[in-house]
Ligand binder design. Structure first.
Ligand code: NAD
Length: 289
């Protein structure tokens, strides 16, 4: 297929390269000249504008920083310039309301669109092992699936427009809750005289077991290898977790959903990032306790 790719940063760069590897012709646009150079080295065709990139394509994929940028890229440049039968796929993490707004403007102009945010970081983007959570009609999902399969290991239909973003922020809010809960519990166990490894051996086969403990343990030297064993470098940055939690808090307010646990986790991450820890892996929040 002939595919336009907009936003070739940490995530988009690897994703576009995987589309090329799968045999697609990729027309790339980014505001950064360095990102475009790397895209060229990876086999993409660099373009000088969004309008040029989407000319004559069958699909448009975007991986951009936030909702404002996504809204303006689609309404000002993609809609109207891409062929009407192109499937539009936004993989950025943005707020649910903006995702629904962009999708509705695309539909009014006659385009099929999905929001398809990802689970998995830079390594998964480069390795083609992302999980995509997709919001859109059955028809739009079917058309997007072929493109997304080349960049991920799982592509899941979450429902109508915006539901991909809803699934992403709900998942990450739950992750923040069980990570902070795991951290405070390990800190308390140690203060009560329990050796962390011994507590792990017990809790990991008891009802306190959860993913943050047994797949991504925040305590160095305990559980499988994780960013904790590398001074909390790599992994999922605290700043990105905070971005997702802010989106979750916004969505909770709009939906009138009480989220006392999510709100507490969000405020812990606000403080931790504010203290200069934004680039550390999100499991480093153990230091708070
Ligand atoms: P990034 O900052 O590395 O990349 C964003 C790219 O978009 C940059 O190259 C930038 O120049 C480009 N850009 C900005 N405005 C543009 C415009 N108007 N037109 C064209 N290009 C433009 O960010 P990233 O880490 O790749 O993240 C991208 C998205 O993926 C974000 O929404 C983020 O929340 C989400 N995400 C990131 C991760 C991660 O681990 N990095 C994981 C999951 C989801």
């Amino acid at each position: 297929m002939k595919i336009a790719f907009i936003g070739l940063g940490n995530m988009g760069g690897g994703m576009a390269a995987n589309l090329v590897k799968a045999g697609h012709e990729v027309r790339a646009f980014d505001l950064s000249a360095d990102a475009l150079d790397t895209a060229r080295e990876n086999g993409c065709t660099p373009c000088t504008s969004v309008a040029e990139a989407v000319d004559g394509v069958e699909a448009v994929v975007s991986m951009l920083p936030n909702g404002q940028i996504v809204l303006s890229a689609y309404t000002a440049d993609v809609i109207g310039n891409a062929p009407k039968d192109a499937i539009l796929i936004d993989c950025s993490t943005i707020d649910v309301a903006t995702a629904r707004e962009v999708s509705s403007q695309a539909a009014k102009a006659g385009y099929a669109m999905v929001d398809a945010p990802v689970s998995g970081g830079i390594a998964a983007a480069a390795g083609g092992t992302l999980t995509f959570m997709v919001g859109g009609t059955d028809d739009a999902f079917g058309r997007a699936e072929t493109v997304l399969n080349a960049m991920g290991k799982a592509v899941i239909h979450a429902g109508d427009a915006g539901n991909g973003q809803a699934a992403k922020i709900c998942n990450n809010m739950l992750l923040a809750i069980h990570m902070t809960g795991t951290c405070e519990t390990f800190a308390m166990a140690e203060k009560l005289g329990l050796d962390p490894q011994t507590f792990y051996n017990i809790a990991s086969v008891s009802s306190g077991q959860n993913w943050s403990m047994t797949s991504y343990c925040p305590v160095p030297g305990v559980g499988p290898q994780s960013p904790a064993d590398n001074d909390y470098k790599g992994g999922f940055a605290t700043a990105l977790m905070l971005k997702d939690l802010r989106l979750a808090m916004e969505a909770a307010e709009t939906a009138n959903a009480p989220v006392p646990m999510g709100a507490r986790a969000a405020s812990l991450y606000e403080d931790f990032a504010g203290a200069g820890n934004g680039q550390l892996d999100f499991s480093a929040i153990l230091k708070t306790f």
